[in-house]
Design a protein around this ligand. Structure first.
Ligand code: AMP
Ligand code: ZN
Length: 115
C-alpha cells in the first residue's frame, strides 16, 4: 500500500469504486471513464508501478491477474462474445496511472490496431 497511489487507495477501500471482484491478491472495479460498454480494471493489491517493475517474484501474481480477468469476463457474461485485455506500460504505452492494471474491455467490436 502506497498512500499516494490512487489504485492502492481504491484497493484499500479509502477511495470509492464500483467493485466487481476482490480477493487477498486482486481487486477489480469499473473504469470511471469507460472506453467500451464493459470496461473493468484488474489490479494487484501489491503496489507495482508498471509491468516494467514486475520481477520473477511476481510471476504467480501476474498469472493470477490474467486469470482473474478471464473469470470476471465469464462472471459478467461477456467471455463468450469476446473481450480484450490490455496493459499500458509507460509513456509510449499510454499509461496514466502508475499502479499496474489490466484493462478488460468488451460489449462492442473493438478495432485493431489501437491508436
Ligand atoms: P491507463 O491510462 O492505462 O494508465 O489507465 C488508467 C485508467 O484508470 C483510465 O482508463 C482511467 O479512466 C481510469 N481511472 C482513473 N481514475 C479512476 C478512478 N478513480 N476510478 C476508476 N477508474 C479510474
Ligand atoms: Zn499502488
Amino acid at each position: 500500500m502506497t498512500s499516494q497511489c490512487l489504485f492502492c487507495r481504491i484497493a484499500a477501500g479509502d477511495i470509492p469504486s464500483n467493485k466487481v471482484y476482490s480477493d487477498d491478491d486482486v481487486y477489480a472495479f469499473r473504469d470511471i471513464n469507460p472506453a467500451a460498454p464493459q470496461h473493468i480494471l484488474v489490479i494487484p493489491r501489491k503496489h507495482l508501478s508498471s509491468l516494467n517493475d514486475a520481477g520473477p517474484e511476481d510471476q504467480a501474481l501476474m498469472g493470477k491477474l490474467l486469470l482473474s480477468a478471464r473469470s470476471i469476463a465469464q462472471e459478467l457474461g461477456f467471455a463468450d462474445d469476446g473481450f480484450r485485455t490490455v496493459i499500458n506500460t509507460g509513456e509510449h504505452g499510454g499509461q496514466t496511472v502508475f499502479h499496474i492494471h489490466v484493462h478488460v474491455l468488451s460489449g462492442r467490436h473493438l478495432s485493431w490496431p489501437p491508436g
